[in-house]
Design a protein around this ligand. Structure first.
Ligand code: SF4
Length: 466
């Protein structure tokens, strides 16, 4: 059993290294990413101007999320109570399988043939589209970036901008191939093509699925933030609205949105406020003309309580998925979102994936970092991301997930470096040969360790002789 697990771990980490090596050498990929992240970098400082004290705002947002996560059990129950009062139904799903079963059950009851979906990373996490397809239900992504990715048969590349790695020419070629439109179409014309197709789907669809950026416990509502209006249409046109949301998206009060919305907008895209911000408190009420007949909120755990029970890792549940840490990460910018082979990429993905999906299979992501700390620097809610990457490494060693050779190598390193006499033995050349031979696996993707010709003691003595 142990052997099988080890082999699987090698498979995921080897795939990561293989994909990363190809992407890191792909200069065209780098050009597109630098172009798009360059536009993001130019916009963010303008968004930040709206805060009188940005540092304080981020601190407050962190405190707010701290409170929500520390009292998560109570907040979730309060949400359920308040949301149910207006006819909404809450479903608790511990795993992907439970969430999918519930969604498929509802779709079956509603005789659903077509489903419209707005952008939601949590539905990517449970591979909802594949499950719907297997059950004969057409699922249409209605966010333009997600629609492009769906047409191309690719998962999102980035948690905020799913098609960030595609140029406008790439999209025109894709539309030409899949929809038969001329390759000369401009971005505006391409958007019009997608708009026309999607509009018809909203009318056809029996069920609409959205995620939620926030769950609000005091009023029993969910809040959705978007720039295209597609989420609003997905939750109001079809007769049934299903929300799939991770339990960590909790905020205690409606008033908290006053802090969270501008932060999410600025750190996500550089906007002061995102174009459409919708609060949904339940299905259509008797005196209302618009909205679905039924509304379900699926509260998904799927490993989040593993993180919650770990006091050090708990902080990663504060994440509001603004994507700023991805845009700032030198590793992400070189290897791109798809190399990670996970739903959540970049620094936050490397922190949470090993805890959500298993340290054995995904611990390698925590090593894919220079620990420069840029992610922590830019995080909208001040999560100590680089420290959590280190914590993952620490926990994986504690769990014995390192090879015998690696453990021995570090043991010898520790013994030698704690004894000055041993460090002073042998020439620099000899030590280079010995150490680089000993750390063969470790330095497979790193440059050789290089000892100086003289030891520290020798240099120290020489300095004081002068
Ligand atoms: S960890 Fe911070 S910067 Fe990264 S996506 Fe989450 S909130 Fe944004």
């Amino acid at each position: 059993m142990k052997l099988k697990k080890q082999a699987k771990m090698t498979e995921t980490s080897q795939s990561f290294i293989a994909k990363s090596s190809i992407k890191a050498a792909d200069l065209e990929h780098r050009r597109k990413i630098n172009f798009n992240i360059g536009k993001y970098n130019a916009a963010v400082p303008k968004g930040k101007e709206q805060f009188a004290d940005l540092h304080l705002a981020r601190e407050r947002a962190k405190n707010l999320k701290w409170r929500a996560i520390e009292t998560l059990d109570q907040q979730l129950e309060e949400f359920e109570l308040n949301f149910s009062k207006r006819g909404g139904k809450v479903i608790w799903a511990e795993t992907t399988e439970q969430a999918l079963d519930e969604i498929l059950k509802i779709c079956k009851e509603k005789n659903c043939k077509t489903l419209v979906k707005s952008k939601s990373m949590v539905t990517e996490e449970i591979h909802l589209n594949e499950a719907l397809e297997k059950n004969g239900i057409e699922s249409i992504e209605t966010d333009l970036g997600e629609y492009i990715q769906q047409l191309d048969g690719e998962p999102p590349y980035h948690i905020v901008t799913p098609a960030m790695h595609k140029s406008k020419e790439d999209v025109a070629r894709l539309f030409n191939k899949k929809l038969g439109t001329p390759v000369t179409l401009t971005p505006t014309e391409l958007t019009q093509v997608a708009r026309k197709i999607l509009r018809e789907k909203y009318v056809e669809a029996e069920v609409g699925v959205t995620g939620a950026n926030f769950i609000i416990s005091d009023i029993g509502a969910i809040a959705v933030t978007e720039n295209e209006g597609n989420a609003r249409l997905s939750c109001s046109f079809p007769k049934t609205h299903i929300v799939v949301v991770g339990i960590e998206k909790m905020i205690p009060t409606l008033a908290d949105l006053g802090m969270m919305w501008p932060l999410l907008a600025t750190y996500g895209t550089g906007q002061k406020i995102t174009v459409y911000n919708t609060i949904v408190t339940g299905p259509r009420q008797e005196n209302e003309t618009d909205g679905p007949d039924e509304m379900y909120v699926i509260l998904l755990d799927n490993g989040r309580t593993n993180i919650l029970q770990n006091p050090k890792q708990r902080e990663s549940l504060y994440c509001i998925r603004c994507g700023a840490c991805l845009n700032a990460c030198p590793v992400y910018k070189n290897i791109g979102g798809h190399s990670y082979g996970t739903t959540y990429s970049g620094p936050i993905g490397s922190v949470i994936t090993p805890n959500l999906k298993g340290m054995e299979d995904f611990k390698h992501l925590s090593y894919a970092s220079s620990l420069c700390g840029n992610c922590t620097e830019v995080c909208s809610v001040k999560i100590n991301l680089h420290e959590l990457l280190l914590e993952n490494r620490h926990e994986s060693v504690e769990e014995g997930l390192t090879s015998f050779t690696e453990r021995m190598a570090w043991k010898i390193w520790k013994t030698a470096s704690m004894r000055r006499g041993l460090m002073n033995m042998g020439s620099g050349n000899l030590k280079n040969k010995l150490v680089n031979g000993l750390f063969k696996g470790w330095k497979e993707h790193r440059s050789n360790l290089d000892f100086s010709a003289k030891t520290f003691n020798q240099m120290w003595k020489e300095r004081f002789k002068k």
